[in-house]
Design a protein around this ligand. Structure first.
Ligand code: NAP
Length: 496
């Protein structure tokens, strides 16, 4: 990374700046906050700016000033910058992936994988920016040239969660830039270093000043003034349902365009005719990778009663054998939760389900040997009541519940009985049942014989019901949110 992002060192800990109007700078408050490694809480990774309303105002002013020039720049020139940023980030993929693991807690393999996804997103939108931006229509007047144009919105606010600290910022920021918008980016407080890496790659690729502004700090001090600023014409938010709905209320009230990507309670249905070995591997990957902290994580295994006890036993065996520890250590497959509050919350949910009489088959304890980090052992519950808290609420941790059902109709009905609808899987060899599932499941991302958490960067991503606000991110779908349409009637003057 360009070391201009580092303002100075405090006791050999780097102090990272905000990026406003093309400069890395301290917040006006002069204060900073610590970013700690969730696997080893005693390790401070960096100090980041505790920004406030004044910094948000400066960032929005810079974005507003840059909006016209950037919006009118040739899309080809914008694409060249994005492509160059992809090469810069690609050259750093191992270092950034390692920093991602250090600050978020997913394994090094996953950290590098996620950074590679950010590179792919930059490459994809460098191409997408060069695609047609409108349509040409016949008119009732044969002399009229009638066509549509897609134009940028203006200044967009980007608010992101910590669980995909580089991929989610990339899949919001990169299309927004490709289509000519200028941005103010507030990353999650828990993962500001990945935000710095992404912004630094774009800066080094030649992004003009003011086009992308990074402001770190808390939800109240940074997020709140950002969503209220009248000059910010659109907000793209990913995070929890409660925060998302509040942001939508505040920003929509003042007329801003709002996109929400929210939580999930994702089911994997396993029918009796499935390839059981494959289903077990996929269900465990979906439930436990990234310590279950994915919006698309498998949280409910809805299983044909005929195979439920065998499947539960085999799931327990394999989940019990997962290696938990520092995600930078070779052989570790499950890292920590993001912070102590999250670990306490997840352990509390497990304790609550146990006290309500749900059978805990394996895991769920806080490992004493890893007490410097925020660890919870991967947990499996059997015979979960689909209407219980465990069957309904997002756990956002390494917790899987098995729900036995009689047949595919009941499986789909149970799968749909939650407020969420992000992703869903079915495991079966029966094409008819697979297609019934595809038709009837209420989810934006649907898998047949693969895990709920798989998602490719060039196709639309988003959920049904409480998981989204009907819009979609990524692929060609991103253009819908980040552009507005102009219809042009072009007539020659009467003399022609
Ligand atoms: P969160 O608490 O809602 O926070 C998300 C972001 O919003 C953070 O940057 C946070 O800042 C900011 N924020 C919080 N309150 C705000 C407010 N009142 N005004 C403006 N900004 C505010 O969510 P999280 O814990 O980071 O992420 C986990 C959730 O995200 C889960 O529910 C998960 O399912 C969901 N998620 C959804 C998707 C998807 O695509 N559907 C993808 C990933 C995650 P601070 O960090 O400073 O608090």
């Amino acid at each position: 990374m360009t070391n201009t992002a580092i303002l100075n060192q405090q006791d050999s800990t780097p102090v990272y700046g905000n990026f406003i109007n093309g400069e890395w700078a301290a917040a006006t408050s002069g204060g900073t906050f610590e970013n700690r490694n969730p696997a080893r809480a005693s390790e401070v990774i960096g100090l980041f700016q505790s920004s406030g309303a004044g910094d948000v105002d400066a960032a929005v002013t810079a974005a507003d000033d840059a909006a016209r020039t950037w919006g009118e720049m040739s899309a080809i020139a914008r694409a060249n910058i994005l492509y160059k940023a992809s090469e810069i980030l690609a050259s750093r993929v191992n270092d950034v992936g390692r920093d991602l693991s250090r600050e978020e807690g997913k394994t090094l393999k996953e950290g590098i994988g996620e950074t590679t996804r950010a590179v792919q997103i930059l490459r994809y939108y460098a191409g997408e920016a060069q695609q047609p931006i409108g349509e040409h229509y016949p008119s009732t007047n044969p002399m009229t040239m009638l066509y549509t144009l897609r134009e940028p919105l203006g200044v967009v606010g980007i608010i992101t969660p910590w669980n995909f600290p580089i991929a989610i910022p990339a899949w919001k920021i990169v299309p927004a830039l490709a289509f000519g918008n200028t941005l103010v980016f507030k990353p999650a407080t828990a993962t500001p270093l990945c935000a710095v890496h992404l912004v630094a790659a774009l800066q080094e690729a030649g992004l003009p000043q003011g086009v992308l502004n990074l402001v770190t700090g808390s939800a109240g001090a940074v997020g709140d003034p950002l969503i209220k600023d009248e000059r910010v014409v659109a907000i793209s938010f990913t995070g929890s349902n409660e925060v998302g709905q509040e942001i939508k209320r505040v920003a929509s009230d003042r007329g801003a365009k709002v996109q929400l990507e929210l939580g999930g309670k994702n089911p994997a249905i396993v029918l009796a005719d499935a390839d059981i070995d494959h289903a077990i591997t996929q269900v465990i990957n979906g439930a436990m990778m990234s310590t279950g902290q994915k919006c698309t994580a498998t949280s409910r295994a809805i299983v044909d009663r005929k195979i439920a006890s065998e499947l539960t036993e085999r799931l327990a065996q394999q989940i019990g054998g997962l290696k938990v520890g520092d995600p930078l250590t070779e052989g570790i497959t499950i890292g920590p939760l993001i912070d102590e509050k999250a670990a306490e919350r997840v352990a509390g949910e497990i304790g609550r389900a146990k006290s309500e009489g749900v059978a805990l088959v394996t895991g769920g304890e806080r490992p004493e040997a890893l007490s410097d980090g925020h660890f919870v052992m991967p947990a499996l519950f059997s015979d979960v009541d689909p209407q219980s808290r465990l069957g309904q609420e997002e756990m956002f941790g390494p917790v899987l519940g098995v729900i036995p059902v009689d047949d595919v109709d009941e499986a789909i009905a149970v799968a749909n009985q939650v407020r969420y609808g992000l992703s869903a899987s079915i495991f079966t060899r029966d094409l008819g049942r697979a297609l019934q599932f595809v038709r009837q499941i209420q989810a934006g991302i649907v898998h047949v014989n693969s895990e709920t958490a798989g998602a490719e960067p060039h196709v639309p991503f988003g959920g049904y019901k409480g998981s989204s606000s009907y819009s979609r991110e990524q692929g060609k779908a991103a253009r819908e949110f980040y552009t507005q349409m102009k219809t042009v009637y072009l007539d020659p003057p009467p003399s022609v």
